[in-house]
Every structure is written in structure tokens, then in C-alpha cells.
Design a protein around this ligand. Structure first.
Ligand code: GDP
Ligand code: GDP
Length: 447
């Protein structure tokens, strides 16, 4: 579970000392983008089993006892606005000062009750009086800590824990019901591709009988057909898109028809098998149907067919992979399996790839894992601060499977650059092993 804690308070109360203790070595890297002021230090904090983001407002100039310099006030207000919870530190040895009262005032106005007070430097007994004074701030029961000596950390954790739970519940509200994974249901696949790529031959081989008509002449007219068959250990329901083949013969109108036929099969399918003719792979129709499948959120597997007729195999394979990355970057990482529908070679590998992609497509990642991951991602590469306003990513949860769909709560969703979104999506792919499956990331506004 992830939330952001801002450590606020006047200079010298021990904010940095506490920050360093919470973050240890997991300190946020400072972004070196020009023009971006990073005066809010940030890091991934660990306190017992609690994990959260922590933000430090330390390092500003000394303020006079009467007032706060504008810069410090502005920074504190910003931190309060960006954080989920504020930890207001006072110095237990000094007791409550006038400047502390100014901070308390900001917090009362801006933090919406999301404040925890800590009286620091409370080791030994020197801080007793100051600790009791902290009650007079009217911001709830204080917790006595010593950032320097690591005392009171269990108490601090106990105070933060209910907040962590509260934030977790807020996230849970948007989590949808877990889809029932019915493994006894047939896995639905669509076999699509250009006319003559070998779709019918492939399906025939899979079902082991001559149920579909095949022939070298493109343009044999059939309707979409679905067959259910056992393949390997489980049942598959295979949608054929015969309509696609009509395209070869003719006009615009029929082309539209064939695409809509393909679309229909794609919509039925969980995994779309794009059959390529290895001698002419990734032609425009192949690209279109593969892109369509991706946009429909389907898992995709490429079957590079007629491999038996290929002489220059190594060269061909690397050139096809290069074409895949270049022409279909949105599908990079998608399995490309060389097969021969005619001889049946490679069909086991094809089936395994389909099952693997289907599994990824159905994958669910726990909110806890996602948020731990998010903290690390943000710490290693913080989002930019357009116009000095830092974009905060608060929590993340997986709202749906089929395809994996995530919601990230963000302070300024419109301002999060596409490149950063891509950074997150690519990171999800890499770190949770979800290659070659569409991943959706939705941003939702959350102050
Ligand atoms: P900041 O300006 O609020 O970030 O405060 P610092 O973390 O820089 O600490 C100010 C001074 O207080 C430093 O000399 C620290 O060593 C000292 N300090 C911090 N925490 C404690 C503590 O728990 N006990 C005592 N006695 N001193 C502390
Ligand atoms: P569809 O239009 O995609 O359904 O393609 P078909 O299954 O009708 O196959 C078109 C032509 O390609 C036929 O002549 C098939 O025999 C031939 N063909 C299909 N698969 C293979 C293969 O793996 N190797 C070779 N050499 N020819 C194939």
C-alpha cells in the first residue's frame, strides 16, 4: 500500500534526520532536468512492514521567530497539498514555539484533518514537557520520537497504520470484482491473416480433419466458422475469418466487409493468431488486423507459416523480428512462432505460446505489489514538475484483467506526459512479465 507522507515543521526540529531514518539508502534520485526545482526531497520509506512515500520539506533558510518566509510557507503548503498525510514535527526539548503555531495554522487550514503530530528529540526525559505541550496544538494526540536515536518508531508506525489502512480501503473501493477464471471453458482463439496465408490448413491440422475447405485459389467464399476442438490438454474454440480472403479478389467495399468480418472474429477471441505467409510477411493487411487486435485489447501471437518452404531461415527470422518491432511497436514482445501448417511442425510451440499469452492476458497483480513497485518506479525516476507543480502518483490498482488494466491516481492526470505513461506501462510489462499483451493504464484525478 502506498501513500505519501509529508514531513513538515520549522527548521531544526529534526525533519531531515527522520527522513533519512525512514528512507535509509533508498533515496530518490534527483532529476537533473533543467528548470525543475526539486526542493521537496522524496524517497521510498520503510517503517516496520509499512511502505510509503515520504517527502521532506527541510533544507530551507532559517525563519525568524515571528513569521515564515514566503518561500517556506509556499513549500509547506505545496507539500501539504501533494501529500496524503502530514507528519508535523516539533522539538520536544524546546516545546511549542510561535513559529510552530504558524505551521499548525497552515495545517489546520490545508490538511483537512490529515495530520499526525510528533514531538522529536524526546529521548531521555528532557522532552517530557514539550511532549505535553504538543497536545495544545489541537491537532490530535502527539507521538514522542527520537529521530536521531530511533526511539518511538514502533509508536509512530502504530499511529500511521490506521491511515495506511484507510488509504488502502480508498483504493479498494475502485477495485472491481475478480473475474472467475474458468479454466474448463474453451480458450477462444481467432485465426486471422491474409488470403492464402494458410489459415484453413492450420485449423485443419489443429482439429485433425478436413473439415475446412482449403485450396490455392484465394477467394473461396465462406462465412466465419467456429469449431471447438481439443488441442493439447484443453479445449479450444477456433474462429476462422474466411471473410478476410475475399479481399484478394476485389474492391473497396469488399475490403471493408472483410475487415469487419475479421473484427467480429477478433471480438469473440481471447487470443488472436495472426497467420503470416513467411514469403511475404507483415503486409498491410497483416498489419491492420494485428493492430486491430491490439486496439481491441486482445492477446496476439504471430504464426509465421510455410516455414518448411523457407531456405534462409536464420536471416528470415531476424528480419521478421525487426519488421515486427519497427512496423508494430505497439505489439513489440509479441511471440512470433515459426510453423508449418502443412507438416504440423511448430504447432506445439504455437499452442504453448497461445496458452502463455492467454495466461498473461488474465494475469492479476495485487495492489500491494503494484504500489511497492510504483514507489520504486517514482523514486528512481520522478515525474516531471511542469511549471514547478509536481505531478504526484498516489496509488495504483489493477481494475481489470483481459487485458490487464490499471488505474493510477494522479494529482494532475492531464499533465502527466505520454512518455511517462509509457515508462510506467513498459515497466509493468518488464517487471511483471507481461510481454506481448496489451496493457491499459488509466489515470484518475486524485488530489
Ligand atoms: P530539520 O531542519 O528539521 O531537517 O532538522 P535536522 O534533521 O537537520 O536536525 C536539526 C538538529 O537536530 C541536528 O543537529 C540533529 O542532529 C538534531 N536532531 C535531530 N533529531 C534529533 C533527536 O531525536 N534528538 C536530538 N537530541 N537531536 C536531534
Ligand atoms: P487461407 O486462405 O489462409 O485459409 O490459406 P489456405 O489454408 O487455403 O492455404 C493457402 C495455400 O497455402 C494452400 O495451397 C496451402 O496448401 C498452402 N499452405 C498452407 N500452409 C502451408 C505450409 O505450412 N507450407 C506450405 N509450403 N504451404 C502451405
Amino acid at each position: 500500500m502506498s501513500f505519501t507522507l509529508a514531513i513538515v515543521g520549522r527548521p531544526n526540529v529534526g525533519k531531515s534526520t527522520l527522513f533519512n531514518r525512514l528512507v535509509g539508502k533508498r533515496l530518490a534520485l534527483v532529476d537533473d532536468q533543467p528548470g525543475v526545482t526539486r526542493d521537496l526531497r522524496e524517497g521510498a520509506a520503510r517503517l516496520g512492514h509499512l511502505r510509503f512515500n515520504v517527502m521532506d520539506t527541510a533544507g530551507l533558510e532559517e525563519a525568524s521567530d515571528e513569521s515564515l518566509p514566503g518561500r517556506m510557507r509556499a513549500l509547506t503548503e505545496r507539500a501539504v497539498g501533494e501529500a496524503d498525510l502530514c507528519l508535523f514535527i516539533i522539538d520536544a526539548r524546546t516545546g511549542v514555539t510561535r513559529q510552530d503555531l504558524v505551521f499548525a495554522d497552515i495545517l489546520r487550514k490545508r490538511a483537512n484533518g490529515r495530520v499526525v503530530v510528533a514531538a522529536n528529540k524526546a529521548e531521555g526525559n528532557a522532552g517530557d514537557a514539550g511532549f505535553y505541550e504538543a497536545y495544545t496544538l489541537g491537532l490530535g494526540e502527539p507521538v514522542a520520537i527520537s529521530a536521531e536515536h530511533g526511539e518511538g518508531m514502533d509508536e509512530l508506525r502504530a499511529v500511521l497504520e490506521p491511515w495506511a489502512e484507510k488509504f488502502e480501503n480508498e483504493v479498494a473501493e475502485v477495485e472491481l470484482e475478480e473475474d472467475e477464471e474458468a479454466t474448463d471453458r474453451p480458450l477462444q482463439i481467432a485465426v486471422v491473416g491474409r488470403p492464402n496465408a494458410g489459415k484453413s490448413t492450420l485449423i485443419n491440422k489443429i482439429i485433425g480433419q478436413d473439415r475446412l475447405l482449403t485450396g490455392p485459389e484465394a477467394g473461396i467464399t465462406r462465412d466465419s466458422i467456429a469449431v471447438t476442438t481439443k488441442w493439447g490438454e484443453r479445449d479450444f474454440r477456433i474462429f476462422d475469418t474466411a471473410g478476410m480472403r475475399r479481399k484478394a479478389k476485389v474492391q473497396e467495399k469488399l475490403e471493408k466487409l472483410s475487415v469487419s468480418d475479421g473484427l467480429r472474429a477478433v471480438k469473440f477471441a481471447e487470443v488472436v493468431v495472426v497467420v503470416l505467409d513467411t514469403s511475404i510477411p507483415f503486409e498491410s493487411q497483416d498489419l491492420r488486423i494485428a493492430d486491430l487486435a491490439e486496439r481491441e485489447g486482445r492477446a496476439v501471437v504471430f504464426a509465421a507459416n510455410k516455414w518448411d518452404a523457407e531456405d534462409n531461415r536464420a536471416e528470415k527470422l531476424s528480419s521478421m523480428k525487426e519488421q515486427l518491432d519497427r512496423l508494430l511497436p505497439q505489439l513489440s514482445g509479441t511471440p512470433l512462432i515459426t510453423v508449418s501448417a502443412l507438416t504440423g511442425r511448430g504447432l506445439d510451440r504455437l499452442r504453448e505460446a497461445i496458452e502463455k499469452q492467454h495466461e498473461i492476458w488474465n494475469k492479476r497483480i495485487s495492489t500491494g505489489k503494484l504500489n511497492q513497485w510504483l514507489i520504486d518506479m517514482v523514486a528512481s525516476h520522478p515525474p516531471p514538475a511542469p511549471g514547478g507543480r509536481r505531478i504526484r502518483l498516489r496509488y495504483m490498482t489493477q481494475a481489470k484483467t483481459r487485458p490487464p488494466t490499471f488505474i493510477a491516481f494522479c494529482s494532475l492526470p492531464e499533465d502527466l506526459p505520454t512518455a511517462y505513461k509509457r515508462f510506467l506501462v513498459n515497466g509493468l510489462r518488464r517487471d511483471f512479465d507481461m510481454q506481448g499483451v496489451p496493457i491499459r493504464l488509466e489515470l484518475r484525478k486524485r488530489e
